[in-house]
Design a protein. Structure first.
Length: 123
């Protein structure tokens, strides 16, 4: 049970990391070809953004948590837990970032949830 909790924690960390990265990149703005031709100012802008500076260590923490999960569970059982991010990211993006999520995407998210239930019962 602890391993499952850690798998869910890893997905929560990844979800939070994605939300913070998106928030940070909203502040940075769209990246153009001109930005890529002179990457140093872009790199400085991106990697001095507070949201991105918080997201990067979160990803490291999520990675380390995931390594613990892999040491305890079969990969074929653990890996589908990462699909929870496909549910949480759109939901939280809609709630906190004001993103529009079309109804067809919600239907897909419901299908993912059903798949997660099936995988969870097949242990």
């Amino acid at each position: 049970m602890k391993a499952i909790a850690l798998a869910l924690l890893a997905t929560l960390i990844a979800t939070l990391g994605q939300l913070l990265l998106k928030s940070g990149m909203r502040q940075v703005g769209p990246i153009s070809r001109a930005d890529l031709s002179h990457p140093l100012p872009l790199i400085l802008t991106v990697f001095t953004n507070p949201m991105i500076l918080i997201a990067v260590p979160l990803y490291v923490a999520g990675f380390l948590t995931w390594l613990i999960v892999l040491s305890k569970l079969d990969l074929s059982y653990a890996y589908p837990f990462l699909a929870v991010t496909y549910v949480l990211v759109p939901l939280l993006s809609w709630l906190f970032l004001g993103e529009q999520v079309p109804s067809m995407r919600w239907i897909g998210i419901a299908v993912i949830c059903m798949g997660l239930i099936l995988v969870g019962r097949a242990r």
